[in-house]
Design a protein around this ligand. Structure first.
Ligand code: SF4
Length: 279
């Protein structure tokens, strides 16, 4: 039997960093809350709660003496200003890739020029990025939205870090026709595509492909579909208990990947269970 775990399986760098910062606070017994859920994984949220860290939706919910952890998605500058005004200490776990986009947007729009963000208007990361612009902001989800928008003659275009490259290119093609002076920064993060490409490769080579992640998580679902297309014996598990008896034979090549919000410890537990359940 050969068992391989994908190098890019599970948490991306930014989420891992934010979770580490949170547990570090818990270890130092610093009373902390996160502004919005740090991660969309019920088991990890439970572990955070057990460590004394829960999430709040607004700064008004922060109790006296508590520190706020800013999650990897980042926030607008107004949130930092409000924390300062309210005397709330901040631990900033904004992903450095996202913080870089904040700086790009902020300095480009210094003299009031427009910024275009390719992404979803209701995504926290996009809301954060938009807040750093000093001029008008246009948020475009796809090529059609770009066609319909009344756009300025000069603009910077950036991307939500997790959108697909072809979606950005589709919008860009329209922008090139409509915006005379366009500065392009394709700020898509490689983490998602690396995980996806690795899963494609592993599932092509494996006899049994195991995808670990939340059954309601769209990114896990997509990862599973990718694997199922290439490996007929692909299974999706949320916890070690979901690993079926006799999941694979002794001679099978087994590979494991995991969605973006799956912690390493859960991945390890699944691996142990797979080894136990080999027939
Ligand atoms: S920018 Fe990339 S590394 Fe950072 S949080 Fe987003 S997906 Fe993760």
């Amino acid at each position: 039997m050969g068992l391989q775990i994908g190098k890019h399986a599970g948490f991306c760098f930014g989420v891992r960093r934010a979770v580490c910062k949170a547990f570090d606070c818990a270890q130092k017994q610093l009373p902390c809350v996160t502004l919005g859920p740090l991660i969309h994984n019920p088991q990890e949220v439970e572990r955070l709660k057990d460590a004394g860290i829960h999430s709040v939706n607004t700064l008004e919910e922060v109790a006296a003496g508590q520190t706020v952890i800013i999650r990897s998605h980042g926030v607008t500058p107004q949130v930092y200003a409000q924390c300062e005004q309210m005397g709330i200490p901040v631990i900033d776990a904004t992903c450095p890739h996202v913080a870089h986009i904040h700086q790009l947007v902020n300095s480009y729009s210094e003299s009031g020029d427009a910024v275009i963000i390719v992404g979803a208007a209701d995504h926290p990361e996009v809301i954060g990025i938009a807040g750093w612009a000093k001029g008008p902001v246009f948020i475009l989800h796809d090529g059609r939205a770009a066609e319909e928008a009344r756009l300025p003659g000069k603009a910077l275009v950036v991307a939500q870090t997790t959108i697909r490259g072809d979606r950005f290119d589709e919008v860009l093609a329209v922008l090139r026709q409509k915006v005379g002076e366009l500065t392009v920064r394709k700020t898509i993060c490689a983490a998602t595509s690396q995980r996806q490409e690795e899963a494609e490769r592993l599932s092509r080579e494996a006899d049994v492909m195991i995808v670990v992640g939340g059954k309601n998580s769209s990114n896990t679902q997509k990862l599973f579909e990718t694997c199922a297309l290439r490996c007929a014996r692909s299974i999706l598990v949320e916890t070690p208990e979901d690993v079926p008896e006799g999941v694979a034979g002794r001679d099978d090549r087994i590979a494991i990947t995991a969605g973006a919000s799956t912690p390493q410890w859960l991945l390890e537990q699944v691996r142990e269970k797979v080894e136990e359940n080999i027939r």
